[in-house]
Design a binder for this molecule. Structure first.
Ligand code: AKG
Ligand code: FE2
Length: 294
């Protein structure tokens, strides 16, 4: 491959610009598109492209229940449960075999096609998170309306492992158009302390629709969404624990199965703090773009 990706030194103005449009992450994406050579046009006009989020079934009920039990099982092992101040429990899956077979189920042909269509290239799983959220907690920052920071085009996936009927929680989205109107009215990337749980007043002033759908989900169903382009927020569970698998997806120059082999998937502790250029050279291998570090 001829494409060249130059990684600037961290903590320089060049690095700060790496996530801007046309910056390092976009350059990587362009190189991935080129190496893919097109040929993924059949996903058509999807909710993911039109609205910025899409509901989909990722796992069957049995697989969802198995994973939910696995979270409890890991959480019971000494030293494996990571508690946060908001009572969202997190666990790390240390078995690559388990992770790989889980991903092979989640990325069934329809899901894989949607994602490849969105990126116009292959993709890889940058990080994952297995989480348990207990009811009646004070909302943390993800449970108030926000957009995620990070490179412009990444995707997040959430797979609900137990149904919304069981826990009363969920995730709400506002589509890209509404999100744009609210940004123009001042609700763009508000500081965490100014995030709101209700945007109806602001939407009224902005001439935007405010009708976040509260979508009920069965075990194994979930969302794929553009977190930098759509306002979203978690809804805390009210009557039971909410079990969710999160995946963070980025463009890649090789298929996710190969990417899994090349890139040691991070377990994600802090979403916003995890952006780094570490994956570029690893994913590129000998056959991808040339990655040059400063
Ligand atoms: O926990 C949720 O429902 C929301 C998660 C979220 O904000 C995200 O994945 O970016
Ligand atoms: Fe988010």
């Amino acid at each position: 491959m001829t494409a060249e990706i130059r990684i600037p030194q961290l903590d320089t103005p060049e690095w700060d610009a790496s996530m801007a449009t046309g910056g390092l992450f976009d350059q990587w994406h362009t190189a991935c598109r080129e190496s893919h050579g097109g040929g993924i046009a059949d996903a058509g006009d999807t909710d993911l492209m039109r609205l910025g989020f899409e509901k989909m079934t990722f796992l069957d009920g049995e697989a969802a229940e198995k994973l939910r039990n696995r979270i409890d099982q890991i959480a019971d092992m000494p030293g494996r449960l990571i508690k946060t101040d908001t009572d969202q429990d997190k666990v790390n899956e240390s078995s690559d075999k388990h992770l790989f077979s889980l991903l092979a189920k989640v990325f069934h042909p329809q899901a894989e096609r949607r994602i490849a269509h969105y990126f116009g290239s292959d993709f890889f799983v940058h990080w994952y998170l297995l989480s348990r959220t207990h009811p009646n907690q004070a909302p943390n920052v993800s449970f108030l309306w926000h957009r995620d920071a990070g490179p412009p085009t990444f995707l997040n996936m959430m797979v609900y492992l137990n149904g919304t009927e069981e826990h009363g929680g969920g995730t709400q989205f506002l589509d890209m158009e509404t999100t744009k109107k609210l940004a123009a009215a001042g609700y763009d990337y508000p500081p965490v302390s100014e995030r709101l749980s209700d945007l109806s007043d602001l939407a009224g002033k902005a001439g935007a629709e405010y009708n976040p759908v509260d979508l009920s989900l069965a075990p194994g169903e979930g969302f794929i969404f553009q977190p930098t382009k759509v306002l979203h927020r978690g809804i805390l569970p009210t009557q039971g624990t909410r079990y969710v698998l999160f995946l963070n997806l980025m463009p890649s120059c090789c298929p996710w199965r190969e990417g899994f082999r090349r890139w040691t998937m991070n377990y994600m502790e802090s979403v916003a703090g995890n952006w780094s250029p570490n994956h570029f050279a690893v994913l590129a291998g000998d056959d991808g773009p040339t990655v040059i570090s400063a």
